[in-house]
Design a binder for this molecule. Structure first.
Ligand code: G3I
Length: 400
């Protein structure tokens, strides 16, 4: 339920002068959330869980998390899986502009406060997804002037990062800036931010985020770079060029997130993708897997046969790509088929010709482990240990 007292004037919402209230709420939140011991000590992690197997190699493992799932009948089982198998959680919905700011004069922090409370209560690290994304934007942002978009970018980043200061180890400052179908220079995505501010919106966002959150890892997160086809090649080339332009201007990007939503209708050459990861590392950036799942819509046969093919793809992807010890974080996009975005009937990509539901994740719709869980676990046991690096919770745990 939105806190009516947080209703702000249109200008205040955009300029952020209404953020005083959020600071007060923020101080309450930090009081309650302080003292939470992040689950980075291996003694707190079951060594045979996905989190424990990953931590043994200095890898932080987790998945996206949606607070509204806690209110569904499977809520307790859902929470239990994250407590057992995850060290980090990514905010799937609650920190998106459309959820936080459904209308020009409203900021709704309730779901995000609940998300951070769950993370703090369960000692989970947080990847804040995402501050600025030129997709899924609320309709009211599409009619803003250049100045209003500029104010919104500043006010939004300021308000969110102030409220959750120190609560997220990583922030997706900009998500999916590439969209070749929009035919913009550099293949950048069209939207209120690019449309009004040009490519500069990216530098503005990262510079402001760095100012407010000097200790968080600031990440640019992108999709569709993985496939061995023309689409993947265009995304890889466009992302590499964008990162070079930003870094050449001294934009404070610490990491690049590669989402890795594997589409079984597309061809893959994971060795080629691993080479691309190495190219990104050459830029001096951390490289992280941020939204891994397998859309099995091209797989036929029985559920058991499909699950076997999905497991094999997880195994091939993880053992090839995580053979590089520089990758420090592996995050899936949910843990159960029941809560995957592909279970959403409105998502066209997941529709199978046979009308059956997608089976993309390590737990099935009844929250029971699948072959994919074992494949991920086996891959984690096979990959080399990560180079211990400062600020990587999992490798800190390993060092301890
Ligand atoms: O909760 C409402 C529900 O009350 C309403 O009845 C229903 C129908 O309108 O919508 C529900 O909200 C939906 C929400 O997912 C929860 O299911 C939103 O419409 C829908 O847009 C939203 O989709 C999310 C999408 O991002 C857009 O935010 C997906 O769950 C989420 O998995 C997806 O995640 C993205 C990453 O952020 C970026 N990378 C790609 C990834 C997959 O698309």
């Amino acid at each position: 339920m939105r806190d009516k007292s947080q209703n702000l004037t249109r200008r205040a919402a955009i300029t952020g002068t209404g953020s005083a209230l959020s600071v007060a709420a923020f101080s309450r939140l930090s009081a309650s959330a302080q003292g939470a011991q992040k689950k980075t000590d291996r003694n707190q992690v079951d060594s045979k869980s996905l989190a424990g197997l990953a931590a043994a190699k200095g890898l932080a493992f987790g998945a996206s998390f949606a607070v509204h799932e806690l209110d569904r009948p499977h809520g307790e089982r859902y929470a239990e899986i994250y407590r057992h198998d995850c060290q980090v959680i990514a905010s799937e919905l609650c920190l998106k502009l459309a959820v936080l700011r459904p209308a020009p004069h409203v900021i709704d922090f309730d779901p995000a406060d609940r998300f951070f409370a769950f993370a703090a209560e369960n000692g989970l690290g947080v990847h804040g997804h995402t501050l600025i994304w030129d997709d899924y934007v609320p309709d009211w942002t599409k009619t803003l002037s250049r100045d209003e978009v500029d104010h919104l970018l500043n006010a939004h980043i300021l308000t969110v990062l102030e409220r959750y200061q120190g609560k997220a180890e990583t922030w997706d400052v900009v998500n999916e800036p590439i969209a070749p179908w929009d035919k913009n220079p550099g293949n950048l995505r069209q939207g209120p931010f690019y449309g009004r501010l040009g490519e500069d919106y990216i530098a503005k966002a990262f510079r402001l985020a760095r100012q407010i959150e000097p200790n968080a890892k600031l990440r640019l997160n992108e999709a569709q770079t993985e496939s061995a086809d023309e689409n993947g090649a265009v995304f890889r080339k466009s992302l590499l060029a964008l990162l070079k332009r930003q870094l050449d201007q001294g934009v404070p990007i610490d990491a690049v997130g590669l989402q890795c939503h594997l589409q079984t209708k597309r061809p893959y050459d994971f060795e080629q993708f691993a080479d691309y990861v190495a190219e990104l590392l050459e830029l001096g950036l951390d490289v992280e897997i941020t939204e891994l799942d397998v859309n099995d819509n091209a797989y036929t046969g029985s559920l058991a046969q499909r699950d076997q093919q999905v497991a094999a793809l997880y195994s091939k992807f993880l053992t090839t790509v995580l053979a590089n010890p520089a990758i420090s974080s592996l995050v899936l996009w949910q843990m159960s088929d029941a809560t995957s975005w592909m279970a959403d009937p409105n998502i066209r990509d997941s529709l199978r010709a046979d009308g059956r539901a997608a089976r993309p994740l390590p737990y099935d719709k009844n929250f029971q482990r699948k072959k994919a869980w074992t494949a991920i676990a086996d891959a984690l046991e096979k990959i080399p240990a990560r180079a211990a690096r400062k600020g990587n919770a999992a490798s800190d745990a390993v060092r301890r």
